[in-house]
Ligand binder design. Structure first.
Ligand SMILES: Nc1ncnc2c1ncn2[C@@H]1O[C@H](COP(=O)(O)OP(=O)(O)OP(=O)(O)O)[C@@H](O)[C@H]1O
Length: 254
C-alpha cells in the first residue's frame, strides 16, 4: 500500500520512508501526537492526497469516516448513511443502513436530521456511512473520540465486526494506546523523536490476545509515543508477541 512514502507539510517533515501493507481483515492503528500527520497519512491511504515521495496504492473502494462527521444537514441520519452508495438506494440498501445504525446504538434515530443529534450520535452516523459500502479499505479517523467510555468499547467492537471481520483492511487513527492495543493487529506510531520518525508495534493476534497482552501492548505503545528509544523499549516487552498475525478465529468472514 505504501512504498517509501515521505511527506512534508508547512515546512515540517511528517514522515519519511514509510512502507506499509494492511492485509484484508486486519487493522492498522495509527497513533501520534497532535499534528504528527495521522490524518495526512490516512488521506494518502485513501488516495485523497499524494505524498511528496514514494508511492501509495489505494484500493478502488474506500469507506472513510473523517475526524469531523461532515454530514449533510438537510438529510436524515439514514439518508446520510445510504448516500455513501452514490446511487438511489434500494430497499435492501435501506435495510442495511438501518441495521448499521442499530448496531451502532442509533435505532430509532434513523429519521432525525444531524441538527437534532448529539455530537457522539453524529459521529456514529458518519461511521455507519463509512461502513455502508462494505469497501475493501475502511479509514477511520479517531472514530470514538466523541463517545463516552462505555460507548467507545461497544462501538469499537461493532467496527471490528463490521470492518475487519468482514474482510476490509482497516486504518484506524486514535490518541488512545489502550484502544489501539485492543482493536489493532499492528500499530504504527508517528514518533515525536527526530529519528526514527515512525515505528511499528506488532501485537498478539486479536483472537489469541489476553487482557494482559492488551495491557502490555498499551504500555509499549505509550513508550513508543513518549520514550526516547521506542525500539529498545518495545524490544524487551515484545518478545512474547513475535510471529506473524494468525487469522482471527472469532472473525466471521463474509
Ligand atoms: N494544508 C496544510 N498546509 C500546511 N500545513 C498543514 C496543512 N494541513 C495540515 N498541516 C500541518 O500538517 C501537520 C499534520 O496534520 P494532521 O492533521 O495530519 O495531524 P494529526 O496527527 O492528524 O493531528 P490531530 O491529532 O491533531 O488530528 C500539522 O502540523 C498541520 O499543522
Amino acid at each position: 500500500m505504501f512504498r517509501g512514502v515521505g511527506h512534508v507539510l508547512g515546512g515540517k517533515v511528517l514522515f519519511e520512508d514509510v512502507h506499509l501493507d494492511v492485509p484484508p481483515g486486519t487493522v492498522l492503528a495509527v497513533l501520534g501526537p497532535s499534528g504528527s500527520g495521522k490524518s495526512t497519512l490516512l488521506r494518502m491511504a485513501a488516495g485523497l492526497s499524494r505524498p511528496l515521495t514514494g508511492t501509495v496504492t489505494a484500493p478502488r473502494g474506500v469507506g472513510y469516516a473523517f475526524a469531523e462527521p461532515r454530514l449533510l444537514p438537510w438529510r436524515t441520519a439514514l439518508d446520510n448513511v445510504v448516500f455513501a452508495l452514490g446511487r438511489r438506494p434500494r430497499p435492501p440498501d435501506l435495510d442495511r443502513g438501518r441495521a448499521l445504525l442499530a448496531r451502532l446504538g442509533l435505532a430509532g434515530s434513523e429519521g432525525a436530521r444531524p441538527g437534532r443529534l448529539s455530537t457522539g450520535m453524529r459521529q456514529r452516523v458518519s461511521l455507519a456511512r463509512a461502513l455502508m459500502p462494505a469497501a475493501p479499505l475502511l479509514v477511520l479517523d479517531e472514530p470514538t473520540s466523541a463517545l463516552d467510555v462505555r460507548l467507545r468499547e461497544e462501538v469499537s467492537t461493532a467496527l471490528l465486526a463490521l470492518g475487519a471481520d468482514a474482510a476490509s483492511a482497516v486504518l484506524w487513527a486514535t490518541h488512545d494506546p489502550y484502544e489501539a492495543a485492543r482493536v489493532a493487529d499492528e500499530v504504527l506510531v508517528l514518533t515525536p523523536a527526530e529519528r526514527p520518525r515512525h515505528t511499528f508495534v506488532p501485537l498478539v493476534p486479536r483472537g489469541r490476545r489476553t487482557p494482559e497482552d492488551t495491557d502490555r501492548a498499551a504500555r509499549a505503545i505509550t513508550l513508543a509515543l513518549t520514550g526516547p528509544s521506542p525500539t529498545g523499549a518495545y524490544g524487551a516487552a515484545a518478545a512474547p508477541y513475535a510471529g506473524p498475525p494468525a487469522p482471527d478465529p472469532l472473525g466471521e468472514h463474509t
